[in-house]
Design a protein around this ligand. Structure first.
Ligand SMILES: Nc1ncnc2c1ncn2[C@@H]1O[C@H](COP(=O)(O)OP(=O)(O)OP(=O)(O)O)[C@@H](O)[C@H]1O
Ligand SMILES: [Mg+2]
Length: 410
């Protein structure tokens, strides 16, 4: 069709009639209107020409030698390339049964001879316009369908990106806090070492001038011992923090199943959170049997616990009150039950039923994406093969109960 979908200029019309005078008459009606015309004098010829000429409309006689107009129409309607082209019968046959047959083989209209020019032109232009509108509608539907699919794909991708970034957002926060926290012990080490360096230079000068007294040497030895103690304990802090961090973060990225001592693992989590906790009045306590082991995706477990602790720190406590977050762990018939309990303001019943929903947050516009607990539930159920439930009493606090298999199998 043309660029302008409803313009009839240059529309191609195929006229099928075995009589030359009819072809001539119709051509004389149509060409002055700007239509491009082609002829066929039999049904078979019409089918051949139609597949090459690809008309926008066909005017078809009924009575012809060889296959008649009805059969020609039937065959045209079974050809992929031209089956949508509107066919108007132009014929001397005007019995009701002929008209019925014409519509039943797929014609859109029926004009009886003798042909009246105005009537014919009106019918031709109406059907060309109708067909152009039908084509336009189909194009629009298909464009709309493509666009909807594209949009669906795009929004799925965006959602995945959002989930992934939310998955690891706490790691960015931890890295920031870790680097900040390392600053203190490292500057203590630097002060102690430069103090020692100064004292060592003084000692060297005294030695050179032969003014070094036994008492000076003793003082230097005492200073050195003290400085070494400070340096070692600061470096221990640094190593501990880095080890705990490595332990937690590497697991979160690798997503592998490993065995660990749950007691030590929870203390590692608590340790990496100390820089953050120090800036709040709140405390985290752990109550876990010392020898309890778990075989699990420990990376997923730390994501879950850090999310729950962060949530308690953000949502549970009113300003200035010192809250507590208790993590209680026990062994229960081959499972591990973890309770993460805060003594904050709690969650009202109707909100509690929504907190695991995707995008549910009471912090709209202040940084909450509402994906935290949605991801927590997904990790517990799909990666840790466990379950999570919540019980809360407004004014009393909130408890998240997690049950996990002690040994997770692949
Ligand atoms: N310990 C809690 N005490 C009180 N309310 C809580 C607690 N934990 C979660 N909530 C409520 O549940 C809602 C959903 O938590 P979720 O972690 O899914 O989203 P969020 O913390 O608001 O945002 P983010 O996606 O950044 O974590 C919170 O907005 C809050 O209203
Ligand atoms: Mg959250």
């Amino acid at each position: 069709m043309d660029d302008d979908p409803v313009s009839l200029n240059n529309c191609r019309i195929l006229i099928v009639d075995d009589k030359a005078e009819n072809l001539e008459l119709l051509t004389n009606f149509l060409e002055p209107e700007g239509y491009e015309v082609a002829f066929a004098t039999s049904g078979k010829e019409a089918i051949n020409i139609a597949t090459i000429f690809l008309p926008h409309l066909i005017l078809l006689d009924v009575m012809m030698p060889g296959i008649d107009g009805f059969e020609t129409c039937r065959r045209l309607k079974s050809l992929g390339k031209v089956k949508e082209v509107p066919v108007i019968f132009v014929t001397g046959k005007s019995e009701l049964s002929d008209i019925v047959e014409a519509f039943s083989v797929g014609a859109v209209d029926y004009v009886t001879k003798p042909i009246r020019q105005e009537e014919l032109l009106a019918r031709v232009s109406t059907h060309l316009q109708l067909q152009a509108l039908i084509n336009l509608r189909d194009e629009l539907i298909s464009t709309l369908r493509d666009k909807t699919l594209e949009l669906e794909k795009l929004s799925k991708l965006k959602e995945q990106q959002l989930e992934t970034s939310q998955h690891f957002s706490h790691i960015g926060e931890l890295v920031g806090e870790l680097t900040h926290e390392l600053g203190t012990p490292l500057s203590v080490v630097r002060t102690a070492v430069s103090h020692l360096n100064e004292k060592q230079q003084e000692l060297a000068q005294q030695l050179q001038k032969q003014t070094l007294a036994k008492h000076d040497l003793q003082t230097f030895i005492d200073n050195t011992a003290q400085s070494c103690e400070i340096v070692l304990s600061s470096m221990d802090n640094v190593m501990h923090l880095i080890d705990s961090f490595k332990n937690i973060v590497v697991g979160e990225f690798s997503g592998t199943i490993s065995q660990c001592n749950l007691h030590d693992y929870l203390h590692n989590i608590q340790y990496v959170l100390t820089p953050k906790l120090k800036r709040t009045p709140h405390t985290v306590s752990i109550n876990c049997p010392q020898t309890l082991h778990i075989v699990s995706d420990t990376g997923a477990l730390s994501q879950v616990l850090i999310n729950l602790i962060n949530n308690a720190l953000i949502h549970a406590f009113e300003e200035q009150t010192a809250g507590t977050i208790d993590i209680h762990v026990e062994h229960q018939d081959g499972n591990i039950a973890l309770n993460i309990k805060d003594n904050g303001k709690g969650i009202e019943c109707e909100k509690a039923s929504k907190v695991f929903d995707k995008y549910y947050t009471t912090r709209v516009g202040t940084g909450g994406s509402g994906l935290g607990l949605y991801i927590v539930k997904k990790l517990v159920e799909t990666r840790l093969n466990g379950s999570i439930a919540l019980s809360s009493e407004p004014g009393e606090g909130t408890v998240f109960n997690i049950v996990l298999p002690q040994e997770l199998r692949n």
